[in-house]
Write a new protein. Structure first.
Length: 127
């Protein structure tokens, strides 16, 4: 019985240790995807850049994850973030790739990263 409990605890520790919101792996080509020149937001480690953006009604805004650091020799660490809007829209928890949303109604749309809270937040103002 004690051996089974120890084995269960060891397995739980293995699964729990890697779940800190990031993954490590050799750097695949093109992991950090720069946002489009217009209407793009870069998702980096703990920052949305730019944090605030003003766009016209009907504009699609794209968030591009640029949260991987490291090199080809020591591996790469990619931190997971997401985009959570106050109105309920949400991207998935991602450490690479892009998320897009089209804004069809004028207003201000605050958002944040659920992993980092208010410390990592931004807003889209739609005119």
């Amino acid at each position: 019985m004690l051996k089974q409990v120890c084995t269960t605890v060891a397995v739980a520790c293995l699964f729990g240790c890697g779940g800190g919101g990031y993954s490590t792996s050799p750097p695949p080509s093109g992991v950090n995807t720069p946002p489009p020149a217009t209407n793009g937001v870069s998702v980096t480690n703990n920052v949305f850049s730019p944090a605030s953006k003003t766009v016209a009604v009907g504009t699609e805004v794209t968030w591009a994850w640029n949260s991987c650091t490291g090199d080809g020799y020591n591996g790469q660490m990619c931190v997971s973030h997401n985009v959570v809007f106050d109105d309920g829209a949400i991207s998935g928890l991602m450490d690479q790739g892009t998320y897009s949303r089209t804004f069809t109604v004028a207003g201000t749309y605050p958002y944040h990263c659920a992993v980092h809270g208010a410390a990592m937040s931004g807003s889209i103002t739609v005119n």
